[in-house]
Design a protein around this ligand. Structure first.
Ligand code: MRU
Length: 347
């Protein structure tokens, strides 16, 4: 089953409600683009490529919602819908990338409002289908970096759930495992929302890949004691110089990997590479509600004393010097990233 998809019988955008996993596998259905924006903000759907695909289908919904009788009127409604969706989450550039692609497609339609409605759904479906195909290509490139017998630390969730299907960094691990390589994954639990302990563990269990969950704080211990051969993570945005914005904790993990000579790989579709930003300090970092830090948020249970404050940046930036290589669907990119990333991004 895909993480995000269009139901052609009901004309709805559907997605796995990731807030409920691993206890419950439930599908949420939306017929209004504003509700898709809310679903992205509240992390019903999450992971940079999945957010992009959801936004594409959100635009297809907006086209159906619009009462515009002509294409010009519908285009204006689509611009407004894109503005609503664009601000749902700030760090994953795949959101803006998908919306810009949808608006470009809308601009090319020379026909009626209904032609435009059809074109919007077709383009959203193309974004979703391409995501799966791109992930499989990345996985082939990345799997070549994994050796038989490797123990790998993986951060956050970058699997099928973070994309339309298959995944980025976890897709690489899955492909290497299917190639017959014996792999063990140490799954960072990924505080505060526990994408590792809840979602990555759930996926690895289904694929039959051996894993153990570790607290994020334990990664340094395992790296320093020589028990880890490789570190893999995804990214929400990569700047032109190869600085990588990813789930909070990626920077500390990469520092510890670097200090111990363990290679750290970021796996991204080229839609996650933002050549318009010179370096990672320009990447907007989402700060979420303190409630996620003050307790076991998803269980609705508070841990900190009443009145305690908290800070909750959802992402951090790993400087390019700590990144061994960036795996894309067009090949593995090594430093100097400012020169080599340009070569894999289609203009
Ligand atoms: O806050 P989330 O769960 O949306 O964060 C997701 C990540 O940080 C992933 O590592 C990233 O989107 C890349 S996964 C394809």
């Amino acid at each position: 089953m895909r993480t995000v998809f269009w139901d052609y019988e009901t004309n709805e955008t559907k997605m796995i409600d990731q807030r409920l996993l691993p206890e419950t596998l439930a599908i949420a259905a939306y017929h209004r683009h504003a509700d898709v924006a809310t679903a992205i903000r509240e992390m019903v759907v999450r992971g940079a490529p999945a957010i992009g695909a959801a936004a594409g289908f959100g635009m297809a919904l907006a086209a159906l919602e619009s009462k515009a009788a002509d294409a010009a009127g519908l285009r204006a409604d689509l611009e407004a819908a894109a503005a609503t969706l664009r601000v749902a989450r700030p760090t994953a550039v795949n959101l803006a990338w998908a919306l810009d692609r949808m608006l470009r497609a809308a601009g090319k339609v020379d026909g009626s409002a209904d032609d435009l409605r059809e074109a919007m759904l077709n383009e959203a479906q193309r974004i979703a289908d391409e995501d799966v195909e791109i992930n499989k290509r990345m996985a082939e490139h990345g799997a070549a970096l994994i050796e038989d017998g490797d123990t790998i630390i993986h951060h956050c969730n970058t699997g099928a759930l973070a994309t339309v299907d298959w995944g980025t960094a976890l897709g690489v691990i899955r492909t290497a495992y299917e190639q017959g390589k014996r792999i063990h994954v140490l799954v960072d639990e990924t505080r505060p929302r526990l994408q590792g302990a809840r979602l990555t563990a759930w996926e690895l269990q289904q694929y039959g890949i051996p894993y153990e969950i570790i607290s994020d704080n334990a990664a340094g211990y395992f790296l320093r004691s020589g028990q880890v051969q490789r570190v893999f993570f995804g990214a929400d945005r990569v700047a032109a110089n190869g600085d990588v914005a990813n789930k909070i904790g990626t920077y500390m993990l990469s520092l510890a990997a670097h200090d111990n000579g363990v290679p750290a790989y970021s796996v991204v579709p080229t839609s996650t590479i933002d050549l318009s930003l010179a370096h990672g300090d320009e990447i907007p970092i989402e700060e979420r509600t303190p409630d996620e830090v003050l307790g076991l948020h998803l269980l609705g249970r508070r841990v900190a004393p009443e009145g305690a404050g908290a800070r909750n940046p959802a992402f951090d930036v790993t400087p390019n010097r700590l990144v061994t290589a960036i795996v894309t669907e067009n090949g593995v990119v090594y430093p100097p990233f400012d020169v080599n990333l340009k070569k894999v991004v289609k203009s």
